[in-house]
Design a protein around this ligand. Structure first.
Ligand code: ZN
Length: 441
C-alpha cells in the first residue's frame, strides 16, 4: 500500500514546468521572470536613467516593486511602505544560465552533403546527454539599430547524431569518448551549397526581420522535449535547466508573494538572478560583477540615503544563494558522504563546505533553519564526500564581493548538467515556501 507521495497540489510544479520550457536561454528566462513580476505590480527601472534627481527618482526611490534587466540577468526588489534608507536587504540569489552548446561566430559549416552549425561548449554539460536529441535554437539577436530581439525556434531543427555502435565497437568496453571539437557539431539539414550567413538569414526570416538586419547574436541549442511528470506516482519531474531555473522560479514566486501580501516587512526583499555562473560568474551580468552592488546602492541613494546608510544596510543584509545540489544516486551511493544523503522530495538542502566552496556557516544555518521552521518546511544537509572535490556557486562570490552574509541552499536533483535533469515534485514548492518565509523576515 502506498499513499500519494506528493504533499502539495501540483500547481507550483506545473508552473515550474511552464517556466522551464519558456527559458531556453538566459535572455528568455529573465523576460519570463519580468513578465511574472509585472503581474505582481513590479515596474522596470532603467540603469541609464538618473535615480536620484529626476522624475525617474520617484519611480526608483518610491515604495513598491522594481526591477533592472541587464542581458541575461535581473535584479528585482520591493520597497515596503516606510522603509528607511538603511533598511537591510534580504536577497535570494540564483543563476539563469545552464550548460549547453552555443553558436560560433562563423556558424555555417558542413561536409559530405550535410548542413552543420559550428558550436562552442558553454560551461560543463554532460556531453553525452546532447546526443540524438531533437534540438531547437534560441537566444538574442542584436539588430542594426542596437535593439535586441528574442528568438526561439522551438521545434526539432538540429541534432548531434551519435556514431552507430557498428562503427565504434570499443564504446561498449571503454565507454563513450567525445572530442569536443569534432564530435558535437549538430546537423540541421542537407545541402552542398553551404554559404556564410545561411543560419542568420534563416533566423531573420523566422523572426520576421529584413535580410541583413541582424548584426550580432547570442544563440544556443536546447532540447525541444517538454518537461514531464515521471515515476509510478508521478512523484518526479524530468526537464531541462532545473540548474538553475528551478531556483529562479522559486525566488520569483517568493518575491511576488511577499510583495503582494500587504504586510509590513522589516527588510527589503530582493531577487538577484545572474548569468554566467556556469563559467565562473566573471561578467557584467555575472555574480562576480558589480550589478547587484550597484542596484542595491542606487536604491539606497534613491531613497535619500548616504554612503553610511548603504554600509548599515549591507551590514544587516543576508543572501540565500539558491542553486541545485546532488540527491543521493541509487547507482552511485559511494560517491556521496556516507551520512549525508539528501533525498528527492525530502525538502530543500543546506549546502556546507568548510573551505568556502559554499558560503554557509553556523550562523547562516540558523537563519535558514528559522525560515524553514516558520514555513513548516523540512530541510536536509549536503556536504561532499572528502574524497570528491566540492562544486561551488554564486554564494561565496556574493559574500566576498559585497561583504554580504550568505547561505548556500537549494534543491537536490539527479543528472545535474544533463540536457534533461530530474527532480522531485514537492521540493520546488517547499523551496519557494522557505524562500517566502526568509524574505518576509
Ligand atoms: Zn547551478
Amino acid at each position: 500500500m502506498s499513499s500519494s507521495p506528493s504533499r502539495f497540489d501540483r500547481g507550483h510544479t506545473d508552473d515550474l514546468m511552464t517556466f522551464l520550457a519558456a527559458g531556453p536561454s538566459p535572455y528568455h528566462a529573465v523576460a519570463s521572470t519580468a513578465e511574472r513580476l509585472e503581474k505582481a505590480g513590479f515596474r522596470q527601472v532603467a540603469e541609464t536613467d538618473a535615480w536620484t534627481v529626476t522624475p525617474a527618482a520617484e519611480a526608483a526611490g518610491s515604495s513598491g516593486g522594481k526591477y533592472v534587466l541587464r542581458g541575461g540577468a535581473i535584479v528585482a526588489w520591493y520597497v515596503p511602505e516606510g522603509a528607511a534608507p538603511h533598511t537591510p536587504f534580504r536577497i535570494v540569489g540564483a543563476h539563469t544560465d545552464s550548460p549547453n552548446l552555443r553558436v560560433k561566430p562563423l556558424p555555417d559549416s558542413g561536409a559530405h552533403g550535410w548542413r552543420q552549425v559550428a558550436v562552442e561548449i558553454y560551461g560543463g554539460p554532460l556531453l553525452n546527454s546532447w546526443l540524438d536529441r531533437d534540438l531547437g535554437l534560441a537566444g538574442r539577436l542584436t539588430l542594426r539599430d542596437g535593439t535586441t530581439r528574442l528568438v526561439n525556434v522551438d521545434r526539432p531543427l538540429l541534432r548531434v547524431p551519435q556514431l552507430a555502435i557498428h562503427l565504434d565497437r570499443s564504446v561498449s568496453a571503454e565507454g563513450l569518448k567525445l572530442d569536443k571539437q569534432r564530435h558535437l557539431q549538430p546537423v540541421w539539414g542537407l545541402g552542398d551549397d553551404v554559404r556564410d550567413g545561411d543560419l542568420i538569414a534563416f533566423l531573420e526570416e523566422t523572426a520576421g526581420l529584413a535580410a541583413g538586419e541582424v548584426t550580432g547574436w547570442d544563440l544556443m541549442v536546447h532540447s525541444v522535449e517538454p518537461p514531464a511528470y515521471l515515476g509510478r506516482d508521478k512523484e518526479l519531474v524530468a526537464g531541462p535547466r532545473m540548474d538553475n531555473l528551478l531556483s529562479v522560479h522559486a525566488g520569483t514566486a517568493a518575491l511576488a508573494a511577499v510583495a503582494t501580501s500587504g504586510g509590513g516587512l522589516p527588510y527589503i526583499p530582493v531577487l538577484a538572478a545572474f548569468d554566467h555562473e556556469e563559467n565562473g560568474s566573471q561578467s557584467d551580468t555575472g555574480a562576480d560583477g558589480p550589478l547587484l552592488g550597484s542596484v542595491l546602492e542606487r536604491s539606497v541613494f534613491a531613497r535619500g540615503g548616504s554612503y553610511e546608510d548603504k554600509a548599515r544596510a549591507f551590514a544587516g543584509t543576508v543572501c540565500l544563494s539558491s542553486d541545485t545540489g546532488h540527491a543521493v544516486h541509487p547507482n552511485y551511493a559511494e560517491r556521496h558522504d556516507p551520512t549525508h544523503h539528501p533525498r528527492v522530495n525530502g525538502g530543500p538542502i543546506l549546502k556546507v563546505n568548510v573551505n568556502n566552496r559554499y558560503a554557509t556557516d553556523g550562523s547562516g544555518r540558523a537563519v535558514w533553519a528559522a525560515a524553514c521552521e516558520k514555513a513548516n518546511v523540512p530541510f536536509q544537509s549536503f556536504v561532499s564526500s572528502n574524497s570528491m572535490p566540492c562544486g561551488t556557486t554564486i554564494g561565496p562570490i556574493t559574500a566576498a564581493r559585497h561583504g554580504i552574509k550568505t547561505v548556500d541552499i537549494g534543491v537536490a536533483i539527479l543528472s545535474m548538467h544533463s540536457a534533461r535533469e530530474l527532480c522531485g515534485v514537492d521540493d520546488p514548492h517547499l523551496l519557494a515556501s522557505a524562500l517566502t518565509a526568509f524574505l518576509e523576515g
